[in-house]
Design a binder for this molecule. Structure first.
Ligand code: B12
Length: 220
């Protein structure tokens, strides 16, 4: 039987070497051993994808390999995700989330979505390559307090600034959070966002802070 450390390596290396079947087997073993699903996702699958990103940046991998790595990650995620427990007593809140127009990168966005989901939030996921006006419409339809947008490219990132202006014009009582590799805290401020988180791990706490500020403002 493989140890926990060995399974983590199998999850991570399976993503890096785009071995979807191995990733699925390791994920199933992880579940069978009753290990913490979130840890397998973050320290195994997501950590593997980070290495893939570095390899892509060094021209060691190209789009076809990266796509297969993403498939391997999603294969493992489908097995582990149902075993991440929902936290009790979370904040009663709603978030609209999506990857911005022109951007098909959705791995990071899906990890952020999962974190909100397990924290007990109602998540309205618009998917990827989301037309700008859809964020506005979905916020109005659901009356969500938070809108979270992901961009992975410097070109698509600019669309988020437009969405912020569009949403604030229709409804100023919405907190907007940005994230994704090219986005920084400064960019988020510059675009007029209310929050920023650099990773899925701190997206929920940032969301809670934003809602706190929003509810304070509404009292005044
Ligand atoms: C995987 C990947 C792809 C996959 C996407 C598969 C999928 N389903 O997502 C495929 C192969 C399809 C792809 C295609 C392309 N890609 Co690509 N891709 C990547 C790669 C290698 C990894 C991204 C990733 O998944 N990382 C792992 C996850 C876990 O990390 P993450 O996304 O950063 O997310 C974390 C945080 O950023 C944060 N976060 C993310 N979103 C949000 C949102 C909120 C609200 C919050 C709070 C936090 C948050 O939390 C996440 C988890 O902690 C990066 C390289 C890199 N170094 O990032 C390039 C990269 C993003 N791609 C790039 C490019 C250029 C392209 C293509 C144009 C390539 C081409 N020539 O065709 C196409 C265009 C696609 C398009 N129109 O969108 C460039 C972008 C350059 C730029 N700065 O503009 C990068 C940076 C590579 C590079 N160095 O050139 N790509």
């Amino acid at each position: 039987m493989a140890t926990k450390e060995e399974l983590i390596e199998q999850l991570k290396n399976g993503v890096i070497e785009y071995q979807e079947d191995e990733v699925k087997e390791a994920a199933q073993a992880w579940v069978d051993d009753k290990l913490e699903a979130l840890e397998g996702i973050m320290d195994g699958l997501a950590a593997g994808m980070e290495v893939v990103g570095e390899m892509y940046d060094r021209n060691e991998y190209f789009v076809p390999e990266v796509l297969m790595c993403a498939d391997a990650l999603y294969g493992g995620l489908a097995i582990l995700r149902p075993h991440v427990p929902k936290q009790e007593g979370g904040l009663n809140a709603q978030v609209v989330i999506g990857s911005i127009q022109g951007d098909v990168h959705d791995i990071g966005k899906n990890l952020v979505k999962m974190m909100f989901d397990v924290a007990g939030w109602d998540v309205h996921d618009l998917g990827r390559d989301v037309p700008l006006e859809n964020f506005v419409e979905e916020q109005l339809r659901t009356d969500s307090e938070v809108v979270a947008m992901s961009a992975m490219m410097t070109t698509t990132m600019l669309g988020m600034k437009k969405v912020i202006a569009m949403i604030k014009e229709k409804n100023p009582n919405v907190a907007i959070m940005l994230g994704g590799a090219p986005v920084t805290k400064d960019v988020a401020n510059l675009f007029g966002a209310d929050g920023y988180a650099e990773s899925a791990g701190n997206a929920v706490s940032e969301g809670i802070k934003m809602i706190g500020r929003l509810r304070e403002m509404q009292k005044k």
